[in-house]
Ligand binder design. Structure first.
Ligand SMILES: Nc1ncnc2c1ncn2[C@@H]1O[C@H](COP(=O)(O)OP(=O)(O)O)[C@@H](O)[C@H]1O
Ligand SMILES: [Mg+2]
Length: 243
């Protein structure tokens, strides 16, 4: 991966998402720069996926703006946003189950309108620790931990400047989760900005430069993972959700 990558910034300001009468996001602002890993955490139903949906064009923005390198991308169609360089993965694995690993990864480059050179596939598979897995393996038959990495490989095939990950460690065992953490850091060190929605606080503490904590569609705390973890409002939000 080239060491010299242009610096990019993704800036979401005052995002509001409403589903009928439900306000999933009530004015959330968050930015990510190249090479950074920013965590978006909070209890179930806090609005984390809604934020990723709004930024990636899957959910309609009721209000607010999203800027990539100072250009407005908020409200564009999802495919246009992916082509602009903002690519995401989903909370539930969404590979094409009857296609091979290779076909799934190639679909990622196609979806983002990127040319995929002859060594592109090998490079992405190598980067995501999939070099030992047959590219002809059918995606629907893969062990879960590998399927999750194929999802990230597919996203990287779109040559993103910003990568949005929705709970990539969900369902992984501690060893797989630690391995994912190393992958996330290596992607960031290649110059990609990462917005990581995650429940696994060990992973968040290991990989995030800073975090924002959502609760009921509002940011209740910002800071380093350690600062967020000892913030009384954050502790109350997590305890409240467990009651
Ligand atoms: N498509 C939808 N239609 C209606 N309500 C939704 C939809 N998606 C999410 N919500 C609601 O929005 C709130 C935030 O959900 P979500 O963004 O999925 O939270 P999180 O990812 O933090 O668990 C929840 O109250 C949820 O029920
Ligand atoms: Mg979610």
């Amino acid at each position: 991966m080239a060491a010299c990558v242009a610096a990019h910034t993704l800036e979401a300001r005052d995002l509001v998402v409403r589903y009928g009468g439900v306000s999933a996001l009530q004015g959330v602002s968050l930015g990510v720069a190249s090479g950074e890993v920013v965590g978006l955490i909070g209890p179930n139903g806090a609005g984390k996926t809604s934020f990723l949906n709004a930024v990636s064009g899957i959910a309609a923005l009721s209000d607010g703006s999203v800027m990539l390198d100072g250009r407005a991308i908020g409200g564009l169609r999802a495919d246009r946003i992916a082509r602009s360089g903002v690519v995401r993965t989903y909370q539930n694995v969404r590979l094409f189950p009857t296609l091979t690993i290779e076909q799934n990864v190639r679909a990622g480059s196609f979806a983002a309108g990127r040319a995929f050179g002859p060594d592109g596939l090998a490079r992405v598979l190598e980067q995501t620790g999939l070099a030992d897995v047959a590219p002809s393996a059918q995606a629907g038959r893969l062990p879960y931990g590998i399927a999750r990495r194929v999802e990230i490989a597919r996203a990287l095939a779109g040559a993103p400047s910003m990568l949005l990950l929705d709970e990539p460690a969900a369902g992984l065992n501690p060893a797989e989760s630690a391995r994912l953490g190393r992958l996330v850091r290596s992607i960031a060190s290649s110059g990609i900005g990462i917005l990581l929605v995650e429940h696994d606080m060990q992973l968040v503490g290991d990989v995030c430069d800073r975090v924002a904590v959502l609760n009921f569609g509002t940011v209740i705390a910002r800071g380093t993972p350690a600062e967020a973890r000892r913030d009384p409002a954050v502790i109350e939000a997590y305890l409240g959700s467990a009651r």
